[in-house]
Design a binder for this molecule. Structure first.
Ligand code: SER
Length: 355
């Protein structure tokens, strides 16, 4: 137990928001295997039993409810935060103001908690934040295909509320890390108590594919939906064209990369935001591969113009070279290896008991 500047003793912990979501599932399993800190997890909905068993405490809480967060964190010294709670891109277009509330105001709450705890204990609180390829935005499909691989600070003109929220939160994270309360009294007199209290690190995820869970509310969902539908023996109407291409990676790769960034030495990090991705297949290429493993798969392409436009505004390829140079990011799989070594065996195992 550590003592704060106010003399309180609290339990050191890692705090996870949005714990019941797709990324939460994998992250909690990995963190609990590491076993370094107590895991305190929250979600809006009940977190399932198997996840609960891997956490010290789970709470029902809304990231927008600052009082509730303060109450539940009162017993802990939060050392690290994985802020996963978010409304994804498709769902956000149906209720943009709600998405803004959750995605932005929720993040401000988390950053403030980190800053307060960092000041209280005199050491930085690590905030690991998943951003998204939705932070990018191309004006036309021609521009997208001509540009090819994009680095972190190019073409950031998102066309979705989710993308705007993520991009803005990346900037907020940078602000809390480097400039928070820069003109406040406690900043100008002697030692700056606010500087360095938040250690903000951000990965821009591509579309994620998990063998265990199916995403909801995203626009990159066509790939995981297609694979899971085939494994369940269900028809799938793909909502984008066959030639649609965006970057993806498997869930275990995303979790490993996130933990790798979290563990990196501060001195090695030259950026706040890092692209990560493993492969960039077209929707048609994924469908072909799905059919080689599930020959009965019934996949048709019936593009939804509006969701198609969102995916067309996202890049085809990500330049991940800075993540590679700074903290050693390396994809585990090609698309073919991901199917052979991870997706197909795990999905078949998952559905064999219920089909
Ligand atoms: N998976 C996200 C979405 O589709 C994009 O990162 O909203």
């Amino acid at each position: 137990m550590e003592q704060s500047t106010l003399g309180e003793r609290r339990k050191p912990a890692v705090f996870i928001t949005g714990a019941g979501g797709e990324v939460g599932h994998g992250l909690i399993s990995s963190l609990s295997r590491e076993g370094n800190l107590d895991i305190v997890a929250t979600d809006l909905r009940d977190v399932e039993q198997t996840l609960r068993e891997q956490c010290s405490e789970t709470y029902l809480a809304d990231v927008c409810d600052r009082d509730a967060l303060d109450r539940l964190l009162a017993m802990y010294q939060v050392k690290e935060i994985y802020h996963l709670a978010a409304v994804l891109s498709t769902r956000a277009e149906l209720a943009p103001e709600v998405a803004h509330q959750v995605n932005v105001n929720g993040t401000v709450n988390i950053l403030q908690i980190a800053a307060e705890q960092g000041r209280m204990y005199g050491e930085p609180v690590k905030v690991v934040f998943p951003s998204s390829i939705a932070a990018y935005g191309f004006g036309s499909l021609t521009q997208k295909t001509e540009v090819g691989a994009v680095s972190e600070y190019e073409h950031c003109k998102p066309s979705t509320m989710y993308g705007c929220n993520k991009l803005y939160c990346e900037h907020l994270g940078r602000y809390y890390a480097h400039s928070y309360r820069q003109l406040a009294q406690d900043s100008v007199q002697g030692k700056d108590k606010n500087r360095g209290v938040v250690d903000f690190r951000c990965v821009r995820y591509p579309g994620l594919i998990s063998a265990e869970t199916v995403p909801t509310g995203g626009t990159s969902d066509f790939v995981p939906e297609m694979i899971h539908a085939a494994a369940r023996g269900e028809k799938y109407k793909c909502f984008v064209r066959e030639d649609t291409r965006i970057p993806f990676m498997t869930m275990p790769e995303a979790i490993d990369a996130t933990l790798q960034l979290a563990a990196a030495s501060r001195h090695d990090l030259t950026q706040i935001v890092y692209n990560i991705a493993s492969f960039s297949p077209s929707a048609g290429e994924v469908a072909q591969l799905v059919k080689t493993y599930f020959p009965g798969a019934d996949i048709t392409f019936e593009p939804d113009e509006r969701r198609q436009a969102i995916v067309d505004s996202w890049p085809e390829f990500l330049d991940c070279s800075v993540a590679t140079n700074d903290w050693g990011f390396k994809p585990t799989y090609t698309l073919e290896q991901a199917f052979e070594d991870y997706l197909v065996p795990r999905i078949i195992k998952q559905y064999e008991s219920i089909l």
